[in-house]
Design a binder for this molecule. Sequence first.
Ligand code: VG1
Ligand code: CO
Length: 542
Amino acid sequence: MIRTVPTKPYSDQKPGTSGLRKKVPVFQQEHYAENFIQSIFNALDGFEGKTLVIGGDGRFYNREVIQKAIAMAAANGFGKVMVGQGGILSTPAASHVIRKYKTFGGIILSASHNPGGPHEDFGIKYNAGNGGPAPEKLTDAIFEKTKTIANFKTTDIAAIDIDTIGTVEAGGMTVEIIDPVADYAELMESLFDFDAIRANFKYGFRMRFDAMHAVTGPYAKEILENRLGAPNGTCRNFKPLPDFGGHHPDPNLVHAKHLYDEMMGPDAPDFGAASDGDGDRNLIIGKGIFVTPSDSVAMLAANARLAPGYKEGLKGIARSMPTSGAADRVAEKLGIGIYETPTGWKFFGNLLDADMATICGEESAGTGSNHVREKDGLWAVLLWLNILAARGESCKQIVTEHWSTYGRNYYSRHDYEEVESDRANALVDELRAKLGALPGTSVRGMTIASADDFAYHDPVDGSTSERQGIRVLFEGGSRVVFRLSGTGTSGATLRVYIERYEPDKSRHDLDTQVALADLISAADDIAGIRSHTGRAKPSVIT
Ligand code: VG1
Ligand code: CO
């Protein structure tokens, strides 16, 4: 039944920040998905007879690729696959299933926060046996395999019914269709004080969760409404749709503006949250106050002991380099380690495995802990709910008190999307070339203390990752960081990260863009953003 099918390599299958992402029509080219999946298998060793987890975020083309992956796993010698019912598994749930059942690894089909549909984005990523995204060494090896692939292996089996929970034999392999929510919900119950959160809802605490028609819908419905007793209607847009209802499933202030508006309105609920396409991001908005992801990780870390799963305290905190330094101050106060990694969750895996970090976070709305090896949107929401229930204060009180204790890191990210690649590369090249000359010079009255291209030395495995973002640090601790996105599928996206620390309590309620105005102008002076990109302003400000 096993067939070896001849194929030709594609030259564009280099995984980015989080797997391979392309437009659906690119993925629909002959053998395009097969080539990448076979290249993953070719880069791995020792999976004969072992189990592979397969699931995705339900986007357009998910079901087709799941069938391909099942047939190819059988032909390549896996003993078993575990597939989320309906092809659904959120990224954190997949990570948990890989770990809980000690499987060999998993394939997650998702382009995360990118839009879905026949002309939008699709993606494939591989997670290893620790439940985490393939480290760079492995993604590099996969890319090498894609360049020379000559054939792939598949099995001629009838399409598997992925909608019915149960176990079947196919192509000499066991196929188990699992409930995508059950294991994950049980894990959440083990970490958080569900009784306290339930009591809070019972006494009238109101919340809004927007699943953005993406994968967290079924998880949020089960956990928030069924298990925690939040009223029916707490979850919105909870049915996963192949095109996310035509929206970007990106929980930021642009794509989740309706939630923001509701939370700032007169009849706002106490707490609002949203998650992205594959369920690993979180947006947190309290009644009348938006919590930046960088602040959120700091506040969650500072209060984590209030949740049963973290009552022994934290071993350390890790944050990606562009994420604000708010978490650093918490780590300092707690007397625990703080680690600064490149962008992308794959860099946290070693720190979590080595038990050096317990909580990790990225400015891009990603927060998570050592309970899985991915960022986890609902986990962050539940930890917030646990803290709110335990403290009996509003989100706004918790945030403002945190700022008065630690100071406030004003922070914003400006994205210039779909810039012509040549122009974006020219900006970065030019900036890189002048880094050495910047220290000591002044821009808008601020003196540059140092400027470099961030390189990360992994303290666990000793590996080095270079060119991970250009940072310009000013005297006094303010900074701007420039990097190009590794998740987009057309043109280049320039990300500019801007941060200023404000210790003075009386200056903690400024508008963020106003508080950062000088730095925003300085960023343009230094990098020539407007002249290089031809854009007068960013496409997205978060
Ligand atoms: C972006 C974010 C990064 C995140 C990555 C994957 O990457 O900046 O922090 O880890 O997306 O998130 P980039 O290279 O575009 O800046 V997800 O939720 O899209 O898997
Ligand atoms: Co995501």
